[in-house]
Write a protein of this length. Structure first.
Length: 254
């Protein structure tokens, strides 16, 4: 059932609301991924930290440990170079340790370059499309049996304002996010009547992250909202608050 009245920005986190849930976050080493991982842990979730840089994942793991939250797991995976066996290994490890998956946040992404299509470097285009779309597809596909094993699972994709309305020079990033939104719509319809898995997409808007600085190097980034200020919406869409809400796009309004 779609609930057009649901607004994740109205969500007020409740202590322990994610207790007993197992949630995997990609790009968990910094930015929004780090902030959401810590918020999930504070709310009682067992968080699986997936990312490319082991040092960053270990730092987040240590922060979660200091919180006294449920122990997190680290999954080092370079989405640009991962092979089929690597995705299988992730799914097997999650199944062996947890037996199911209650949440999957696709947060990892590459920006690429802000370049006219006519001049866009082909290898860069392919890298961005692979990490932002193909890797997300493969990881989701391999983890779907574990998501189906949950009684209430959520898949949350990350989009952008340029994934909803194209903008000149945003090239592969914009195109990949359009595709992610289409993927969300297709998958949500396929799973709605055959499982307890809901699928939504979030556009976090302008956020104080390294990717934002890369895209807008002259911007006063300190004036932008921090990743930590967004976490309530992510908890809402990954937790019980959004049960029954699927196939929707949510844009953070400020």
């Amino acid at each position: 059932m779609n609930n057009t009245e649901f607004d994740p920005q109205r969500h007020i986190p409740v202590a322990g609301e994610m207790r007993g849930r197992v949630v995997l976050v990609t790009g968990a080493g910094d930015g929004i991924g780090r902030a959401v991982s810590l918020a999930l842990a504070r709310a009682g979730a067992e968080v699986i930290l997936l990312g490319r840089t082991v040092r960053k994942l270990e730092a987040v793991h240590a922060e979660i440990e200091k919180l006294g939250a449920p122990e997190a797991s680290i999954v080092p995976l370079d989405l640009e170079r991962a092979m089929a066996a690597d995705y299988d290994a992730v799914a097997n490890a999650v199944e062996e340790r947890y037996g199911r998956l209650d949440g999957l946040l696709h947060n990892a992404a590459l920006l690429g370059t802000l370049t006219p299509i006519e001049q866009y470097d082909v290898p860069t285009f392919m890298r961005v499309m692979h990490v932002n779309l193909t890797a997300a597809f493969v990881l989701t596909r391999q983890l779907l049996p574990l998501l189906r094993a949950s009684t209430d699972a959520a898949v949350l994709f990350t989009s952008s304002g340029v994934g909803n309305r194209g903008r000149a020079y945003w090239g592969a990033y914009s195109i990949s996010k359009f595709a992610v939104e289409g993927f969300t719509q297709v998958l949500s319809q396929e799973l709605e009547s055959t499982s307890a898995v809901r699928v939504n997409v979030i556009d976090p808007g302008k956020v104080r992250t390294s990717m934002r600085r890369q895209a807008y190097p002259s911007e006063a980034i300190e004036s932008l909202p921090t990743p930590e200020s967004l976490t309530a919406s992510y908890l809402a869409l990954l937790g019980p608050a959004s049960r029954g809400v699927t196939g929707q796009r949510f844009a953070i309004q400020r």
